[in-house]
Ligand binder design. Structure first.
Ligand code: CA
Length: 260
């Protein structure tokens, strides 16, 4: 125990005594004693600062934990649902409709496939009238040329037109699907020049270009990644559905009802 020589009060440590001197007997101290009080005061302030810093760190850690909990509870499900409703990389794919539409319909098609022709002449117009024009549905087309090399050429033409004359893509798309004879390169190029602002030379170059080849490969990767091997295959908000109108309509209605 340390005893104060000025008032007789007892303290457990020299530091406590010196702090007491600083508080109660400042005017009675000599220079040596004043040094001791200054040192004790400095040490006390340092200790307090360390404690404050510890409390700040604890608070920050707490906040980080809370932020993580909020992220997991609120944000993560939304991020997951975005991936669930759009499992495909769609941003480079031809799109029809309002990009803010809540329901996404995706068709994998081959320009030579008879059922895809029916899809384009009968089902797509109904979807357009009922859901796409109203802004409820956006429609994407992904190439999956499964029949022969001409299917691949037609797909490449589509890729080139989407890249270079986007506004006229859907006219080209439907006119090519409406072709009654068997497709060949001449018909594909003619259909493209009739429906777009591109020249035959540009289209032919486009058919051979690396960029259209890359786009077509990207489409095939999407199909392979999702196990899609036949056309037309249809997805509604990430779920594969039957390729008949009623199946697609039911899936769209369910998604709209659920607020998706
Ligand atoms: Ca594509």
């Amino acid at each position: 125990m340390k005893e104060c020589k000025f008032c007789g009060e007892k303290f457990e440590s020299g530091k406590d005594l010196h702090l007491h001197w600083e508080e109660k007997h400042e005017d009675e101290l000599n220079s040596h004693q004043k040094e001791k009080t200054k040192k004790a005061k400095r040490e006390k302030e340092q200790k307090e600062e360390i404690n404050r810093s510890r409390r700040r760190n604890l608070l920050l850690k707490g906040l980080t934990g809370v932020t993580l909990i909020i992220f997991v509870a609120l944000v993560l499900p939304q991020v997951m649902s975005m991936f669930q409703s759009s499992p495909f990389e769609l941003y480079r794919q031809p799109m029809l409709g309002d990009e803010n539409a809540s329901v996404t319909v995706v068709e994998f098609g081959d320009y030579q496939c008879p059922h895809c022709k029916t899809f384009d002449s009968e089902i797509k117009p109904k979807l357009k009238n009922e859901y796409i024009d109203s802004g409820d549905v956006k429609f994407y087309y992904i190439n999956l040329p499964v029949i022969d090399e001409t299917s691949g050429l037609a797909a490449r033409a589509g890729e080139y037109i989407w890249e270079n004359d986007r506004d006229n893509f859907w006219d080209f798309h439907s006119k090519l699907y409406g072709t009654e004879t068997r497709l060949n390169q001449g018909i594909i190029v003619n259909t493209a020049t009739e429906t777009t602002n591109l020249t035959a030379e540009e289209i032919r170059e486009g058919l051979d270009s690396q960029s259209t080849a890359n786009e077509l490969q990207a489409d095939q990767r999407i199909a392979n990644g999702n196990g899609v091997t036949s056309t037309p295959t249809v997805y509604v908000n990430g779920q594969q559905v039957g390729n008949d109108y009623q199946s697609i309509k039911t899936a769209i209605e369910n998604n709209l009802k659920n607020g998706n």
